[in-house]
Design a protein around this ligand. Structure first.
Ligand code: FAD
Ligand code: DLZ
Ligand code: SF4
Length: 522
């Protein structure tokens, strides 16, 4: 090792050998720094499985780098001198290694990036911050795309990304199959027994078992259980998870993307977000594999296009949107929602079968699929007017794939309409009908989905009209939702009163969370 090497801190969601700050570095001139720090594990009280996933994946990645000949300085959570923060640990590493420069790939989250941007003023050596080119669309490109647009329509952005990557494009620049979007074929409700093949499980090895013990000891009061831990924690395991998706699930991924089945948490979804987000899988490679599956006749175009759209469309758009609107997005609350998050979000103790099932899956697996997050849990938060900050904390804490850059726009803009319509053209509000159509939850629920008001009525039904009524001033002029008020107005006063009173009863029955589940109380 040369004197005064380059110090390369790698964050927990940067576990990629081709990371910008590692590319072009030589092994005899570089010290890689990886840090398990208290601040990151507790800025919200993450689900236990998320902490295990990150610490285990970081430890495995450090071992892989060492085996490949790199020098890795790995600070464990329990190291005596551990300062608890990224900045504190980089400061200590600078003392240990006396680097001539620090090279870091920009953080995915605003909070961490703010801290990194202070490093040049804090440290005596040069600090170079590099763009994270694992994303296809740079901040500048997104800004340029957004400039001058009245509305940032995801579909328009997605088409740009299709053109840019050439994914599912013909040689003469047309979308393969003739259409850009096959969503109309991707809304099948569940049919009878869904024979979804289980996603592969990855047995914890010694490293993961040690981390599980650590997390059980240090984070005992965090949400979630560790009775089983099955997430991929290395790039090899993640590649096997991707193989299984392309071999067994992608064919039906499209049609059943929106379906929900009691007890079957992932159906035909890929379950790859945890691996993509921390760097174990390359999103573009996954899209190329999906296209290949279509070319080889192994998956229909609607499934493949749907999968590619989630990644180069939604995922990239959400990231661009986050950076465009931070930090204001964190505090946006257009609908002035102030109700505390109910206790049952943390315990699952509710008779609403759709919600209890999604919360059970979230508790046991640190995962729920998109429509569960959007149309069950999210829809409830929207209709009940839960405070956006409390909803954000919940989503950030409970999902193993959650980082603020992806959680916040999905929560604040997509489900809560807290940004006043910058992302969604209307609130995704729905009554029990939608959940009944797309799931088998209602069949055995203690509430009746066909009952609109009164004792035993599905709570989503009156809450829906309560939401519309209380936000009429804001929503009536919205051309996508405004017509609903004609239906409301056609109801007699008595019926309207029944709806509003039933909704008030539901809202009054919501017990606020009894302790600081998401944030430490101090
Ligand atoms: P699949 O259904 O197989 O989709 C494939 C991939 O597409 C995903 O792995 C993911 O990388 C990407 N993707 C799909 N939808 C979105 C989206 N809306 N935004 C960004 N990427 C998307 N995803 C996260 O990765 N982290 C989060 O913290 C997160 N929070 C969410 C909160 C809410 C309220 C909602 C509605 C969605 C959220 N999502 C989040 C998006 C989506 O629910 C998850 O990416 C998905 O459920 C992960 O499971 P999967 O890998 O099986 O996804
Ligand atoms: C989520 C997480 C957790 C729980 N712990 C750590 C950690 O100890 N060290 C680390 O480098 N990263 C961790 N992460 C992921 C980071 O929060 C994530 O990399 C940054 O927030 C990205 O800006
Ligand atoms: Fe959910 Fe209502 Fe259906 Fe029960 S009846 S599962 S509360 S939508």
């Amino acid at each position: 090792m040369t004197d005064q090497p380059i110090l390369v801190p790698i964050l927990g969601d940067q576990l990629t050998r081709t990371l910008a700050s590692l590319r072009g570095r030589t092994k005899d001139d570089t010290v890689i720094l990886m840090m398990e720090v208290w601040d990151e594990a507790t800025y919200v009280k993450h689900h236990k499985q998320k902490i295990v996933l990150l610490f285990s994946a970081m430890r495995h990645f450090a071992d892989e780098l060492r085996e490949a000949g790199w020098t890795v300085d790995y600070v464990k959570l329990t190291d005596e001198e551990n300062s608890g923060s990224f900045t504190g640990e980089v400061a200590r590493a600078i003392e240990r290694h006396d680097p001539r420069e620090v090279h870091i790939t920009e953080a995915s989250e605003w909070r961490v990036q703010q801290a990194i941007e202070e490093w040049p003023g804090k440290f005596a050596c040069t600090v170079e911050i590099m763009p994270d080119d694992r994303f296809l669309c740079s901040h500048a490109e997104f800004q340029e795309w957004a400039d001058g647009r009245k509305h940032l329509t995801m579909e328009h952005f997605y088409r740009e990304m299709r053109r840019k990557t050439g994914l599912l494009m013909t040689d003469d620049g047309k979308p393969k199959g003739g259409d850009w979007n096959y969503d109309k074929d991707n809304r099948e409700p569940p049919k009878g027994e869904m024979d979804a093949p289980p996603a592969p499980n990855f047995e914890p090895d010694d490293i993961t078992r040690e981390v599980i013990e650590l997390v059980e000891e240090k984070f005992a009061d965090h949400f979630g259980n560790l009775d089983s831990f099955e997430w991929p924690v290395t790039s090899d395991e993640a590649a096997r998870a991707a193989d299984a998706f392309f071999a067994e699930r992608i064919e039906k991924f499209g049609p059943y993307q929106d379906a929900m089945v009691h007890g079957s948490d992932d159906l035909f979804h890929s379950m790859l977000s945890t691996s993509i987000n921390c760097g174990l899988l390359d999103p573009l490679e996954l899209c190329e594999r999906a296209e290949q599956a279509y070319e080889d006749g192994k998956a229909p175009l609607n499934s493949v296009e749907g999968f590619i759209r989630q990644i180069i469309g939604w995922r990239e758009y959400i990231r661009g949107f986050y950076w465009l609107h931070m930090p204001d997005l964190e505090t946006a609350n257009e609908l002035e929602a102030t109700r505390p998050l109910p206790e049952f979000f943390w315990t699952g103790a509710t008779d609403m079968r759709c919600l209890s099932d999604c919360i059970r899956s979230t508790h046991n697996n640190a995962h729920a699929h998109h429509i569960q997050r959007l149309m069950v849990v999210g829809n409830f938060c929207l209709l009940a007017g839960i405070d956006p900050r409390e909803v954000q904390d919940w989503y950030l804490a409970v999902y193993a794939d959650a980082y603020q850059w992806v959680e916040l726009p999905n929560v604040s803009s997509m489900i809560l309409y807290a940004d006043g319509g910058k992302l969604a053209t209307k609130p995704y509000a729905a009554s029990g009908n939608y959940i009944n159509k797309m799931s088998d939850y209602c069949k055995e629920c203690s509430y009746s989905v066909s009952k609109k008001t009164g004792e035993g009525a599905c709570p989503f039904n009156p809450l829906y009209w309560h939401f519309m009524d209380r936000h009429r001033d804001r929503l009536e002029s919205n051309h996508r939702i405004g017509r609903i008020f004609a239906t409301w107005d056609r109801m007699g006063d008595e019926k309207k009163r029944d709806y509003l009173e039933s909704a008030e009863k539901v809202l009054d029955s919501l017990e606020p969370a009894s302790k600081g589940w998401a944030r430490n109380e101090n």
